[in-house]
Design a protein around this ligand. Sequence first.
Ligand SMILES: CC(C)(CO)C(=O)C(=O)O
Length: 352
Amino acid sequence: MSLDVCAIGLGAIGALYAFALERSSRVRVTAVCRSNYDVVQEHGIDFVSDRLGTHAAWKPYRVVRTVEEAADRDYVFVVCAFKCLPDVITTPALLTPILARLATASQPTAFVLLQNGVGIEDDLLAALAETKPGADNVVISGCAWVDATAVDGGRKVTQFGNERLVLGYHHPAATLKTAASFSDARAHEVLDGFCGLLRAGGANVEAAEDVDIARWRKVLWNASFSTLCTLARVPVCAVLANDSSCAAVASIMREVLSVAHAALPPTQGLKEVLSDSVVNNIIEHENHESTFRPSMLVDLDAGRPMEVEAIVGGVLRRARAHGVQTPQLDLIYAALNVMQRELIKRRGSAGL
Ligand SMILES: CC(C)(CO)C(=O)C(=O)O
């Protein structure tokens, strides 16, 4: 029997991994397509992917417009591939109809957050603790290292070069009602199950021992490259082509590193993954010819709200909590926030 998986958000990342899940032949995907329902329902999605190959007009098992419509059944996994925009709608608010089912569900549901930023799991873990304390509803999150873009009005997803998805599970904070009954063994099992499905579908998946370290490693990139590319409205190669912007990227990354070291437990993993040399390594290994436009810039170009809160706001909240000064990130946040307010205002009732 096929496992029911709900994928919310069929942009480039959501489509790529929902497609991989169905290719495992063990899953049927209900896709919630809030802004691209017509395209997906009528045409399907074409893929031109270095990892998953070329495929025409893929349609998931079921396409719906809203989370309400999707919430007519229980799911083993709910993949949240929508943008993390707590300044527009929080994840628990968006998931309300699905969360409402959990109290009476016959099996636990695992939530998989495929989104940028740090601390994006906090509000969902808190909501789950109130929804059904003691239940095994695991929260997994993933860092997608993949140059994937939706083009032709969402009809086609292109993915070039490497594709790597680092996944791990989150512990509920000690103050939450779910903390006492949390089982690492069960969370591991759920994580392995999800990784296995994606691998069977051809994706390149890695299970992280400590997903928080993986998330901070990724936010180093997003808080520096994504933000500067967005503010300057240029692709990655343009930021790397200029000494002053290269120096700014490095200096912003160092600021993020100082927050990470204040916020995370001082484990060996932290010292290795987020060492002093990571900044130079990232800049040296970046493709200096890359015409890639980070998703934050793609959102700005399309007039959509950006993941400013998840990426920069997430780092700043941890910085404030641990008394770390972040003058560069404060400035970046202020500038992006002005743009974000305009985007949200203009978007208005046009829907997100
Ligand atoms: C790292 C990257 C570029 C995609 O892998 C990204 O996170 C983004 O564009 O937002």
